[in-house]
Design a protein around this ligand. Sequence first.
Ligand SMILES: Nc1ncnc2c1ncn2[C@@H]1O[C@H](COP(=O)(O)OP(=O)(O)OP(=O)(O)O)[C@@H](O)[C@H]1O
Ligand SMILES: [Mg+2]
Length: 255
Amino acid sequence: MSDKKPLITMRGITKHFGGVKALEGVDLDAYAGEVLAIVGDNGAGKSTLIKVLTGVHQQTTGEITLDGETLVMNDHSEAIEKGIDAVYQTLALADYLDPAANMFLGTELTKSFMGFKYLDNEKMKSEAERVLKERLGVVLRDIDAPTDSLSGGQRQAIAIARVVYHENLRVLVMDEPTAALGPQETARTLKLIEVLREQGLAVILISHSLDDVFAISDRVHVMRRGKCVGVVKTSESTTQEVLGLIVGASNDAAA
Ligand SMILES: Nc1ncnc2c1ncn2[C@@H]1O[C@H](COP(=O)(O)OP(=O)(O)OP(=O)(O)O)[C@@H](O)[C@H]1O
Ligand SMILES: [Mg+2]
């Protein structure tokens, strides 16, 4: 990775919520075609950091660049315009709608007829099928089935398809995508992440599962109490080393 320039840089990011210092001077690099894991204990600042990256929160201080250009994002839609988006929990899917309706929820495709606008259900269905198959290698048995009849892994695929539908997507953030999934569905979701990495996306994965992190990531960014306390190459590290960084065992012993 060292011969490539990072796609994303975050430098000296702080975020204060009133008196709460959620982030204090965090640096992060993310590369195209890489899975960067972010790990850390509850409250370490992981979600806050990626909410700053995805324009949901604005940093108190610090700078973000994309391809070397400074990024200023006033809200999440501006991040999406720049090609940075996040997969929300599958819980955000509406159970009673079919997969295509879920994929286009809030961004429905329409067609005009005699001066009136109609939902283009056929197009949404065919686009949903196409994106699931072409980008994720997923074929649903019944594209008309309500979403609550699908497995957790299939729901996850729809949540991911919703985000990768935007052709200009370059940075994909996933905040604990396997938290609610069983072992088989977790394995399938990790496969989807691999596919997206191969397509050249920078994937940022927040996870509490070090098994998942070591199975899929290229580098691990460890957060503790609002700071980055280490970045390791997954292939050159161990769960013990990362756990030590997460809990700060060596730091606390020295303090
Ligand atoms: N909107 C907010 N208002 C006030 N404090 C917040 C807000 N969001 C986060 N915090 C605080 O910032 C700190 C970091 O929270 P964050 O959600 O980023 O942690 P996390 O690493 O994602 O934890 P978890 O693993 O539990 O998801 C916590 O102390 C949290 O209470
Ligand atoms: Mg979180």
